[in-house]
Design a binder for this molecule. Structure first.
Ligand code: SF4
Ligand code: SF4
Length: 335
């Protein structure tokens, strides 16, 4: 038997969670129709099945744009440093696409590698991810190439399937997912189905070999002249995780904070001497593509990309990762 919940019951669940002081994040529509994941305090504005119309990623609920990591105060000839508290609330994220949720197991080993990032880990432990199986794809989706699918359960605590009549089949994959829906569903013999998966078009082994053998290929510059270096592709990406650490305050007291950064920014690798080892946009794109499809998989045995397509959707020059991969795929076929 399957388990079913109605849209109204889901909205009531959101309201109850908010009342119980649980942080709830979900897609909310702007006046122009684009949705953004954000914290909500009422269910009316939530667009549960926003799909590919969501412009930002869920990563900010695990790895915030700006995060305090410690405080410092100067006392006599000493400096007293206090750790910032870790996240100790409970949060639930609704309306997540499977390609967004599957970014979490990709990032987990990074934040538990040479340094145990207790800020990320506490958010992961205290967060329940409720995904919705996709009902449509768009031309930027390529989850199939990256090992995913419109009903991929990786990273989700629960996955909901739209039954087309205002109700959803609920499948749970963790204790957190089971606890969230406990007593809220009814039994049924109906089961849901995701939309058809995007066609596979990429040979990632061939692409990886080409990247490793063509560090100085003119393609990197030729394909990225149109890139304006805004970094939108990295900020909207669920797997990009560059950050900078700065001190805010004065010589007497202040705080040390972690802020999102982007490898697409010209300042990212600029040395104090004025030298920049990645002085062109082509070199910066090469770094992004190499990191995702060669360096990260060599270290963690998984690609640093889920094929969500966010980077191309938000790019004002229609670049992002997939057009770069398509270009490299063409190169691998040339003699
Ligand atoms: S690829 Fe597009 S989104 Fe990314 S930095 Fe360049 S112009 Fe901005
Ligand atoms: S690189 Fe682009 S397609 Fe891949 S996970 Fe990031 S935003 Fe999604």
């Amino acid at each position: 038997m399957s388990q079913i919940i109605t849209r109204e019951q889901l909205k009531s669940l959101i309201s109850e969670l908010v009342k119980a002081d649980t942080l709830v994040a979900a897609p909310v529509a702007t006046e122009k129709g684009t949705c953004f994941f954000q914290y909500v305090n009422e269910s009316a504005r939530v667009v549960l099945d926003a799909g590919t119309s969501v412009a930002n990623s869920i990563k900010e609920f695990f790895f915030p744009r700006h995060e305090e990591i410690c405080r410092f105060v100067r006392q006599a000839n000493d400096v007293v440093v206090t750790d910032a508290p870790v996240f100790d609330k409970r949060q639930v994220i609704f309306g997540v696409r499977p390609c967004e949720a599957s970014s979490l197991p990709v990032l987990d080993p990074l934040f538990a590698w040479d340094y145990q990032d207790r800020f990320y880990q506490s958010r992961r432990a205290n967060t329940t991810v409720v995904s919705f199986a996709c009902t449509h794809t768009d031309p930027h989706c390529f989850c199939s190439d990256m090992g995913g699918s419109p009903d991929n359960a990786s990273g989700s605590d629960a996955l909901l399937f739209d039954l087309g009549d205002g109700s959803f089949e609920v499948r749970t994959f963790s204790d957190k997912g089971k606890a969230l829906f406990e007593g809220r569903t009814s039994s049924s013999d109906r089961t849901g189905k995701a939309c058809e998966a995007p066609a596979k078009t990429l040979d990632l082994d061939a692409i990886r070999h080409w990247i490793d053998a063509h560090f100085n290929d003119p393609m990197w510059d030729e394909e990225t002249y149109r890139c304006v270096g805004c970094g939108a592709c990295t900020y909207s990406c669920p797997t990009c995780h560059c950050f900078d650490i700065v001190d805010e305050g004065s010589f007497a007291k202040g705080k040390r904070v972690k802020n999102w950064d982007s490898c697409q920014s010209a300042l990212f690798t600029l040395h104090a001497s004025g030298h920049n080892p990645r002085g062109t946009q082509g070199q910066r794109q090469r770094q992004r593509i190499s990191h995702k499809f060669s360096i990260y998989p060599a270290k963690f045995k998984v690609f640093l990309c889920t094929g969500c397509g966010n980077c191309t959707r938000v790019c004002s020059t229609s670049l992002g990762v997939k057009p770069m991969l398509d270009k490299i795929a063409d190169k691998t076929k040339q003699k």
